[in-house]
Design a protein around this ligand. Structure first.
Ligand code: GCU
Length: 427
């Protein structure tokens, strides 16, 4: 008996176990299925979209509705009793250049109900309201910067940091842990504020039967409907609630808020930007499947795979498109198009094949017709640009060297893009 094939097979099995990824994923461009993308400028009834008015009054609402119904799920509006409570406010801290605020958004109007804490760093001595980057973080506000005054979250945290494994509570061990992803000094020196919220304050990231986080405010009375909000829509809802607060804060230029997120939180920033036009600029960092990447390419993570690994992220209807992407009436270029005419930036990393960099680029490219309807440039690059070479029109894109992460390079591009599109002194 020839043992070579057996040996090769078992090596393959152990390798795939090691990298803990599904056998079914595809990283071969030659195996990307043939597909036709739904046309953003053709209505469901077949009529062409010819004007901005057609787009804004008919086609855009139609596409937005499809994303709610088929993919992310429907979220409620602003809770009637929502209130804000300033927990701390200090000026000229951390070397004197920073003002720090921590504000609790109380969804039910009380400190005992569901609530989230927004950490806001502002440039000290700013002359007037400042444009702001609003982002969710993965492990607690205290992880973004080694600042001893940042409060620890009370919410469930994933137990991966040493010392945080016991009961999923945040501890001092996490302080400053994610600082490489948050160039606080640079952002502030460029005249922007940074506002961030721990995403688990809004909804803990596990399949909890819709009982925890803000879902406690909306108790299930009957069986969950197939178009009810999944966790991505819930986190995006939290970003809108943060925006409600920012609109009341006179130090913030709420007309110039850029919403930015990485990975699952990049999917979230895209959905927040699509669902809530108050966000002036939208940034997706390595958002991949269910974010910027075209589902129909089925390259790297697929719809089936994401619905299986993360059954709580999308609404029930999205499961219909498992290994059946062509049947879906929408694809992610239309999500990008929902931002128009607002600027949107899509970033990929070359080693992050799981997120399908090419599919992320193509979603930007195929959103172009909608930007062109507004007479805007959309994405200038007609093919994926070379490594580390951003292409910036009203849609921006880069693919940088390196892996799935948020780096200085990414932030340098976002700051440049924001300077271009959110200029100071213009109303
Ligand atoms: C997993 C998941 C991705 C997601 C990423 C993240 O890799 O498959 O869809 O973007 O986690 O959020 O870190």
């Amino acid at each position: 008996m020839n043992s070579t094939p057996w040996l090769a097979a078992s090596l393959f099995v152990s390798m795939s176990t090691l990298i803990a990824q599904p056998k079914s994923f595809n990283y071969d461009e030659g195996k990307v299925p043939k597909f036709t993308l739904p046309d953003p400028l053709v209505m469901a009834n077949g009529a062409p979209v010819k004007t901005v008015k057609d787009w804004e009054t008919h086609r855009r609402p139609e596409i937005l509705e499809l994303f709610k119904k088929e993919m992310y799920g429907r979220a409620p509006g602003k809770p009637a009793k929502q209130s804000y409570f300033v927990l701390t406010h200090h000026k000229n801290v951390l070397g004197g250049k920073i003002d720090r605020k921590q504000v609790e958004v109380r969804f039910a109007g009380t400190g005992k109900g569901p609530r989230m804490t927004i950490l806001i760093y502002l440039p000290a001595r700013a002359k007037g309201p400042v444009p702001t980057f609003l982002t969710l973080n993965f492990r607690g506000n205290h992880t973004i910067y080694p600042d001893p005054a940042i409060r620890l979250t009370h919410s469930w945290v994933r137990g991966k940091v040493k010392g945080e494994t016991k009961d999923n509570r945040a501890t001092e061990n996490g302080r400053g842990l994610a600082k490489s992803r948050w160039p606080v000094e640079t952002i502030l020196a460029r005249g922007y504020a940074l506002a961030t919220i721990y995403y688990g304050d809004i909804d803990p990231d596990f399949d909890d039967g819709w009982e925890n986080g803000v879902h406690a405010l909306y108790p299930q009375t009957q069986k969950r409907k197939p178009d009810e909000w999944g966790s991505i829509a819930t986190w995006a809802w939290g970003l809108s609630r943060a925006m409600d607060y920012l609109e009341t804060d006179r130090e913030i230029d709420h007309k110039r808020v850029a919403v930015m997120g990485h990975s699952r939180l990049g999917k979230t920033s895209l959905w927040a930007g699509a669902a809530d036009p108050r966000f002036a600029l939208v940034i997706s960092n390595d958002s991949g499947c269910g974010g910027a990447a075209l589902s129909r390419r089925a390259f790297g993570e697929t719809v089936q795979r994401i619905n299986t690994s993360f059954p709580h992220w999308f609404c029930g209807n999205f499961v219909k498109y498992n290994a059946n992407e062509n049947a879906c009436p929408i694809d992610q270029h239309q999500l990008i198009a929902l931002m128009a005419p607002r600027p949107v930036y899509i970033a990929s990393a070359v080693d992050d094949r799981w997120a399908d960099p090419k599919g992320e680029f193509l979603a930007g490219l195929h959103a172009n017709p909608v930007y062109q309807l507004y007479g805007l440039p959309g994405l200038p690059a007609k093919k994926q640009p070379p490594l580390d070479t951003p292409s910036m029109g009203t849609i921006g894109y880069h693919i940088r060297t390196g892996r799935h992460d948020v780096t200085k390079f990414d932030w340098a591009a976002y700051l440049k893009f924001a300077d271009k599109h959110l200029p100071r002194g213009k109303k």
